[in-house]
Ligand binder design. Structure first.
Ligand code: AMP
Ligand code: ZN
Length: 114
């Protein structure tokens, strides 16, 4: 989508720290990390949020989880643990209208959430 920040990151029209990319998804470092490791895992297809996903997007979203698992292994946090967050809509403070999974790890997080 033309004016979408994350679509521009996918197409490398604006700089970012991409750590992995394939034909389905892109993984890059969050510009304002909320944990020692903070990655964003996004579909290359412009899907606004979980609420806008179509049944045919199920495979793409499944691949986001596989990428999260792989990234946790690469970053050495698969045993220590990590948090996956997808903010949807205003109450959840979704700021970028292109579905993204946050992967947070590398330190003890607050509990409970919210
Ligand atoms: P959300 O509040 O779930 O929409 O999260 C949006 C995330 O995108 C925030 O954690 C921002 O720090 C991050 N972000 C915004 N712009 C950029 C950018 N240019 N490169 C990397 N991360 C970004
Ligand atoms: Zn987009």
């Amino acid at each position: 989508m033309k004016d979408c920040l994350f679509c521009k990151i996918i197409k490398k029209e604006i700089p970012s720290e991409i750590v992995y990319q394939d034909e389905t998804l892109t993984v890059f470092k969050d510009i304002n990390p909320a944990a020692p490791i903070h990655l964003l895992i996004i579909p290359n297809k412009h899907i606004v949020s979980v609420q806008e996903m179509e049944p045919e997007d199920e495979e793409i979203l499944g691949k986001l989880f596989s990428a999260a698992k792989k990234a946790a292994e690469v970053y050495g946090i698969s045993n220590s643990g990590y948090r996956l967050i997808i903010n949807n809509g205003p109450d959840a403070h979704q700021e970028i209208p292109h579905l993204h999974m946050h992967l947070l790890g590398g330190g003890k997080m607050k509990h409970p959430m919210g």
